[in-house]
Design a protein around this ligand. Sequence first.
Ligand code: ACO
Length: 362
Amino acid sequence: MHDLPAIAGLDGVVAAETVLSEVDGTAGRLLIRGYRLEDIAGHHSFEWALGRLWEGFVDRPLDEASLRRDLGAARVVAFSELRPLLGLAAARSPMEALKLLVAGAPDEAENLPVQLTAVIAVGLCAATQMAAGADPVAPDPALGHAADLLRMLRGTPATPAEVAALETYLVSACDHGLNASTFTARVVASTRAGLASAVTAALCALKGPLHGGAPGPVLDMLDAIQANGSAEHWIEAALARGERLMGFGHRVYRVRDPRAEVLKRAVAHLERDAGRIAFAEAVETAALAALACHSPGRALQTNTEFYTALLLEALGVPREAFTGVFAVARVGGWVAHALEQVATGRLIRPQSRYIGPRLHVA
Ligand code: ACO
């Protein structure tokens, strides 16, 4: 055995230059195309954010109204094109089904940025409905992406307050520097494999519990703590077993993730279950205190997934679909980064340091 070199997780390594977003982990600041997250999440639609992300990379009308119309039409096309695959997807969890459905998108198709964005939303909703034993709900092209997503996902129309909350989430999650899934998208794009391939690979990277798979387990953790009765005891026992507290810690942020604050406000605006939010806040306080004792040298703070879980729960999204809803938002960033990589980057091909035997003599 050997100690992992500091390079093992590529900490601090700059692997791309981008005009898309900047994550300042010390100041707790996220800029998307030059806008502070707090100034756009809760103020603009997902289509608006997509337009800003894709400017300069996607050659098509990118104003909010055009994207809303074109995404609506693309959802209708996706719904009919995905139909033949739904039989195969039906026996899988929503995220496994989504992998299958997105992988079916050809790299050569026209208008791929809009199509892939539509396929992820429609595929997730169809898979979630089928996992619940229901028929997929057909898209309504007249609605905005967030409103139609909630409608197709739950089978019931969304209220304006629910749509506003989901828009806030989708904008807050649309891009975030060189996170694991975005890096994956850029690596695949750098081989010129194509946009659909880059997005499929990114989706697979997102699925893991250390990245986009965390919010479902955040709710599992809250449920377990509620059943146990004492946040302090449950958290201490979990840390003693070497487990990670879901929704805490981040590779880059050493202070509170700015998305956590934006999402916490959005949950509060929904005015759903004040008791649940108060309970979650108490767990957050206990978790931060325990993490400070347990890892004093490491500033572990609340990450975006903690309040994402509460927001999506309040919106009635089934927890198996949480990671998929993350993908609905992050596909905007994956597409932009993949196209930026092709336009400005080179083949990504780092090296490994060989530490095996020098020479075997037979
Ligand atoms: N709970 C308990 N301990 C933690 C946590 C946590 N959530 N996060 C980090 N630590 C500890 C580690 O055990 C480690 O301690 P050690 O050195 O004594 O072993 C130390 O902090 C450093 O951990 P690393 O794994 O090196 O930190 P890294 O930057 O690789 O991890 C990560 C970041 C994966 C997010 C981690 O904090 C984690 O596992 N969090 C829980 C899962 C989660 O919330 N994921 C969502 C992330 S946000 C997103 O992707 C959108």
